[in-house]
Design a protein around this ligand. Structure first.
Ligand SMILES: [Zn+2]
Length: 431
């Protein structure tokens, strides 16, 4: 009797978070890929170590992946483009959400140079828990998933790479494989559709795949419909290429507020932020490689100087270009020496189900690497449905982490306006 009322209260709690129709949206996605049995086709783009060859477009084998352009937003454009905001599947999802419950928070504006406009916003009170305004990671709105910001285990480096799959990542992924390292890979939907074999390899290599939106805009500047489309079509693309639908995502530039969190929560998505930012994307763009190396050196030192004696970090790094991937290869040996563990977010949080599909994390893959890493993590298991409580746990872990975050992130959003970011991504695509 007690058990049934407990089950009912859990069910009610779930309904409060996600309306019944919306929670099954992922079941309509199609994929010909079995994530537990992936073979990446052997073509020059997947086997070469020459960036030009790697980044030569290919048509995916239709027995694996069929891309019909009429079913997708335009690459790198907001995900409502190409009439995707009026597609029956998107409208069905949109109409299934209880928008009357959505928070009444303004859509943010951009300044003329492409940065976020904070005019008129009370950043010190930060009523909307807008990360870009105050590095807020503890939502002020009820019934939204709180952000994950660090790995709870002491002296642990949470390994994450954003903006992939980068077409020229073969040597970098080879290196991670050689070191038996798995990372959380935050993939951009446009990149997944352009380079689906790169995403397949991410799963094959045992990495934890998560979403990084369709077109890498500041999400707080997008309308509710645009934010929903950015999430929806990225989920659909990752499913198409890998057979998996992520439960985790990372906002570009960390730009999230309670309105965006509410929409993400309707789709069962929890945000993963960070508490250390290498600014590696800026190396050779807006700062020197030496400056980024100094940041890396500082973070390596934190592994042995007591900074993470009681809890670990999650570090923001990128597979955005060959500079960032070379820096990663340079520094991973030092990071491995300085920290007790270097692991992906699913492993460090002991998340049993990082995807919607009924496949346990340690069984998704190439499980030898992930299982070995998971066995060295002592924290209690966190089931997928417990992502909110997992996030809450992270919140209690790090007063210190939050301080580090304040000083270390120094507003990547201000440093990298979206227009510049698009240019960087375009340059990478041309490599
Ligand atoms: Zn990014």
């Amino acid at each position: 009797m007690q058990l049934s009322s407990f089950a009912i209260s859990i069910a009610i709690a779930n309904i409060a978070l996600v309306s019944a129709d919306a929670s099954n949206y992922w079941k309509a996605f199609t994929s010909q890929i079995d994530p537990k049995n992936i073979t990446v086709p052997s073509i020059p783009a997947t086997t070469s170590l020459n960036p030009t060859t790697e980044c030569t477009y290919y048509n995916p084998d239709e027995s694996l992946i069929v891309i019909n352009a009429t079913e997708w937003p335009s690459i790198w454009d907001v995900a409502t483009s190409n009439n995707m905001d009026t597609s029956p599947e998107f409208l069905a999802l949109y109409d299934s959400l209880d928008w009357a419950n959505a928070p009444n928070i303004s859509v943010r504006k951009l300044t003329s140079d492409g940065g976020l406009d904070f005019t008129g916003y009370d950043s010190s009170a930060d009523p909307d828990c807008w990360w870009s305004a105050s590095v807020c990671v503890h939502p002020k709105l009820a019934d939204v998933s709180a952000d994950i910001i660090n790995c709870p285990e002491p002296e642990t480096w949470g390994l994450t790479y954003d903006d992939g799959p980068n077409c020229s990542h073969n040597a970098f992924y080879d290196y991670l494989q050689e070191k038996k390292l798995t990372a959380s890979m935050f993939y951009i939907g446009s990149n997944v559709l352009d380079w689906p074999y790169g995403a397949m390899r991410g799963v094959l290599d045992g990495h934890h795949i998560a979403s990084h939106t369709w077109s890498h805009h500041y999400t707080t500047t997008l309308t509710n419909k645009e934010v929903l489309a950015e999430f929806y079509y990225t989920q659909k693309a990752i499913k198409l290429a890998t057979g998996l639908t992520p439960r985790y995502w990372r906002p570009p530039y960390g730009d999230i507020d309670d309105r965006v969190r509410w929409i993400a929560t309707q789709l069962g998505l929890t945000a993963v932020i960070w508490n250390l930012d290498t600014d590696d994307w800026a190396a050779g763009v807006t700062t020197t490689i030496e400056a980024v190396k100094q940041t890396y050196d500082d973070y390596v030192e934190m592994g042995t100087n007591g900074t993470f004696a009681t809890s670990g970090n999650i570090v923001l790094t990128h597979e955005i270009n060959n500079n960032t991937m070379d820096l990663a290869i340079d520094y991973l040996p030092k990071i491995l020496s300085a920290y007790k563990q270097v692991i992906d977010v699913a492993t460090c949080y002991n998340i049993s189900y990082p995807y919607f599909e009924d496949i346990e994390w340690t069984n998704v893959l190439n499980a030898s690497t992930a299982a070995a890493a998971a066995s060295s993590v002592a924290s209690s298991s966190v089931a997928a449905s417990g992502s909110s409580s997992a996030s809450a746990a992270a919140g209690t872990v790090t007063a210190a982490g939050a301080q580090i975050n304040q000083s270390a992130t120094s507003g990547a959003s201000q440093l990298l306006p979206s227009a510049l970011f698009t240019l960087v991504l375009a340059a990478v695509a041309l490599l």
